[in-house]
Write a protein that binds this ligand. Sequence first.
Ligand SMILES: Nc1ncnc2c1ncn2[C@@H]1O[C@H](COP(=O)(O)OP(=O)(O)OP(=O)(O)O)[C@@H](O)[C@H]1O
Ligand SMILES: Nc1ncnc2c1ncn2[C@@H]1O[C@H](COP(=O)(O)OP(=O)(O)OP(=O)(O)O)[C@@H](O)[C@H]1O
Ligand SMILES: [Mg+2]
Ligand SMILES: [Mg+2]
Lengths: 257, 257
Amino acid sequence: MAKVIAVTNQKGGVGKTTTTINLGSTLSAFGKKVLIIDIDSQGNATQGLGVDKLMLEKKKITTYDLFLDDKKEYDKYIYKTSFDNLYIIGSSQNLVGLDLDYIGDMQKEKILKSIIKKIKKDYDYILIDCPPSLNTMTLNGMTAADSVLIPVQSEFYALEGMTQLLNSVQLCKKHLNPKLKIEGILITMYSSNTNLSESVRQEVKKYFGKYVYKTVIRRNIAIAEAPSYGIPINYYDKNAYGTFDYKKLAREVIENE
Amino acid sequence: MAKVIAVTNQKGGVGKTTTTINLGSTLSAFGKKVLIIDIDSQGNATQGLGVDKLMLEKKKITTYDLFLDDKKEYDKYIYKTSFDNLYIIGSSQNLVGLDLDYIGDMQKEKILKSIIKKIKKDYDYILIDCPPSLNTMTLNGMTAADSVLIPVQSEFYALEGMTQLLNSVQLCKKHLNPKLKIEGILITMYSSNTNLSESVRQEVKKYFGKYVYKTVIRRNIAIAEAPSYGIPINYYDKNAYGTFDYKKLAREVIENE
Ligand SMILES: Nc1ncnc2c1ncn2[C@@H]1O[C@H](COP(=O)(O)OP(=O)(O)OP(=O)(O)O)[C@@H](O)[C@H]1O
Ligand SMILES: Nc1ncnc2c1ncn2[C@@H]1O[C@H](COP(=O)(O)OP(=O)(O)OP(=O)(O)O)[C@@H](O)[C@H]1O
Ligand SMILES: [Mg+2]
Ligand SMILES: [Mg+2]
């Protein structure tokens, strides 16, 4: 039975998509069967895995189509990536137009949850890449998940945004998903040659202690290059820092089971 | 009469807030009277200028309160920062709860436009810091603005997101704000020691040619440190690359008048 993890933080550019893709592809390289669900209309997770967004749109198998599907034939939306054990439900720009108010009788935040219930038995992990906003799509992600994984860029604004995010997680837990837990808080884009990264890391450990992963993802140019080839870091450069760091994270995620 | 510029890009973490604060504070140091309006519930522009979000919330003078004010007494929302000629209408977390559907007879995307009409005569520039999403707040920003300034991080996902953003600008121009122009496209976080930044810059120049500023904002750790002190870059370290680059940008913005 799959563990469902929403990768979320309303602060933009903190490494949500990067973590979803690289943790996903590392877990799948370890032999776990992984499904990534892209619920961000930017479709970065879809692109970063080399999947053609326009092709998905033409075939009407994007997240947008999935949410509007009342026949509940969910299998057709699952697309096999070129990487072993790694599958994706991709998104495209059409998601911007999705107005969840008109989805019929289901409470609009619970649509993804009901979809995942039907497909989770086939996977070990389901990772949901959320957009940078506390909107209904992100609430769908949190409501469908067992836990949230929170990437935090090791800079000032990302640190400051943590309180707002944890408030929203608590609200979601109270009103929509009582079993929602914090999977972990991940320090990303850590530069060892600046004081800023270290002081942010210390602050995060001070406030959120037990939730903070031992693994820190270091700033690594190969991580930023890989998406332009549509390849996760562990396939792009197996000797990159990024590959090493995401392997360490994947092991920690498995250990915390 | 003020020039109203919305600083926007739905891609997260590309330097919207950093550009709003540092362009604003450089223009005001040149003697221009500048008002920054923070319409992002993260309130990063408010924090980055050293303004206490909770104090604004207690005094009920945040963007949230402004949007709900039917007495139209707008002056009280304008807060003087500690920097000459630089004013702000700040935001806080309460903005997440703003449901624009209940604002009475005004079309929900045009609220900010009607507010700015009443206050713009007192300023040379009004800069609007938008959230990382194509939501109603961002549409308010684009509808109220004369033009949009688009920061683009010199990395793959930010480049890819440009098409979606320019589509939305066109849609806004067609339905909400016929006079909306592109003020300029700004390359940010440029690292001269990687090929990635240069190849993204070349792509942006190839597709968007005349709109691209000559000024490029280099990646500069002082820029990321300054917000934790609540001080813009030109006051934090007058010899930093960031201070030089934002001065160059401010001159270009004034020249393009
Ligand atoms: N450890 C890292 N080292 C270097 N670059 C990184 C690292 N992690 C992410 N990046 C780069 O930083 C940028 C932001 O990362 P990413 O897009 O994954 O963040 P996000 O939180 O998903 O953004 P959004 O809020 O727009 O969804 C991307 O260009 C990505 O390639
Ligand atoms: N030129 C630069 N050099 C180094 N760091 C930078 C630069 N510009 C921005 N930063 C840092 O990068 C991070 C993202 O920038 P910023 O928060 O301004 O982006 P944003 O687009 O406003 O993000 P959001 O989408 O969350 O609103 C911040 O921590 C900021 O300090
Ligand atoms: Mg993302
Ligand atoms: Mg911002």
